[in-house]
Design a protein around this ligand. Structure first.
Ligand code: HEC
Length: 230
């Protein structure tokens, strides 16, 4: 992204002000590139991503765990497959809390396409122990499943350059246990993750039907007189 901005700047201003400007801009770009937060970005082919909060890769090619997803990303849904409804043992008995970068969320709503660099982050969250039928629990709100501790992170990344063999998405597991999670993760083999998404996900490798209810904007309020009791 940074690369793209600098390049655009050079083309536009270079034409107007001549070659001297290019030198200055290049030095400026070099200084910017030395900032610690953009170091990883400059190393990889970051410019190809269509999101500012882009995937970051270690030198060994592992995906780095994004920080602050709970604060900065959009929470789009939470499928749940508890043990009690899966013969006592589900592969993922937790709530599957799914987050996506805010910019990818906004772009999807406009275009129906996930931009390059989209990350679907699924954080597993255990249900709090219950002793009712199917492991359910009863709270003042009713009988059901209630959130317990976080218990793992899985991520899928859209990058058509890196993952052409698995329909443009790579899959990563940062541990299936309580935090702290691994700082980086290597791509999972096709049979472990991508295969099932290729076979079953309804649209572009994402089980998008579970998130559409949140991806769809709320209807505009019909009461234009909000706050007026009359
Ligand atoms: C047997 C099929 C299957 C396998 C194998 C599988 N997934 Fe999924 N995955 C699903 C389904 C179904 C959903 C949506 C519903 C849910 O979360 O329960 C999902 C959801 C996800 C999501 C949230 C975004 C989305 O596409 O809905 C991520 C991220 C994800 N999986 C990553 C992984 C990773 C990483 C692996 C391998 C470690 C993996 N998956 C293996 C079936 C699978």
């Amino acid at each position: 992204m940074l690369g793209m901005k600098i390049k655009k700047g050079i083309t536009r201003k270079g034409r107007l002000l001549g070659l001297g400007t290019i030198g200055v801009l290049l030095i400026g770009g070099g200084l910017l590139a030395n900032k610690p937060e953009s170091a990883a970005a400059e190393k990889g082919p970051q410019a190809k991503y269509d999101v500012e909060v882009a995937p970051k890769w270690t030198d060994a090619g592992e995906l780095m765990l994004p920080g602050n997803f709970r604060e900065d990303w959009v929470f789009i849904g939470s499928p749940i497959t508890p043990d009690g409804l899966n013969g006592g043992h589900a592969n993922f008995p937790e709530f599957h809390n799914v987050y996506v970068q805010r910019e990818a969320f906004i772009k999807y709503r406009k275009t129906n396409k996930w931009p390059e660099g989209t990350m679907m982050l699924k954080e597993l969250q255990r249900t709090s122990p219950g002793d009712g039928p199917n492991g359910s629990k009863t709270e003042p709100s009713g009988t059901g499943y209630f959130p317990g501790g976080p218990n793992g992170v899985d991520i899928s990344v859209k990058d058509s350059t890196k993952f052409p063999k698995s329909k443009n998405w790579g899959f990563f597991n940062f541990g299936h246990h309580k935090p702290p999670y691994a700082a980086s993760a290597k791509e999972q083999p096709l049979a472990k993750c991508a295969g099932c998404h290729i076979a079953n996900a309804p649209e572009d490798m994402v089980y998008v039907d579970f998130y559409k209810p949140i991806l769809d904007p709320l209807p505009a309020p019909t009461n234009t007189d909000a706050g007026n009791d009359k």
